[in-house]
Design a protein around this ligand. Structure first.
Ligand SMILES: Nc1ncnc2c1ncn2[C@@H]1O[C@H](COP(=O)(O)OP(=O)(O)O)[C@@H](O)[C@H]1O
Ligand SMILES: [Mg+2]
Length: 54
């Protein structure tokens, strides 16, 4: 069964990125197919996974 979780707040610095990355990593560690989508121009999640923009 597919589940969709959303981590949303207009306020910055409240832990959205940290929560999202660790939640996704924890679910993936349970060997469940996991898709993490981030709509954030700061690209904090990309750097969490060591992706860099060119
Ligand atoms: N549960 C927590 N306890 C303590 N510090 C936290 C926690 N969650 C996030 N932080 C810290 O708070 C700061 C902002 O978190 P971040 O996830 O970047 O927020 P956002 O994505 O909402 O801007 C970071 O320095 C992060 O390490
Ligand atoms: Mg963020």
């Amino acid at each position: 069964m597919t589940k969709i979780l959303a981590v949303v707040s207009q306020k910055g610095g409240v832990g959205k990125t940290t929560t999202s990355v660790n939640l996704a990593a924890s679910i993936a560690a349970l060997e469940m197919r996991t898709l993490l989508i981030v709509i954030d121009p700061q690209c904090g999640v990309s750097s969490s996974f060591n992706f860099t923009s060119r």
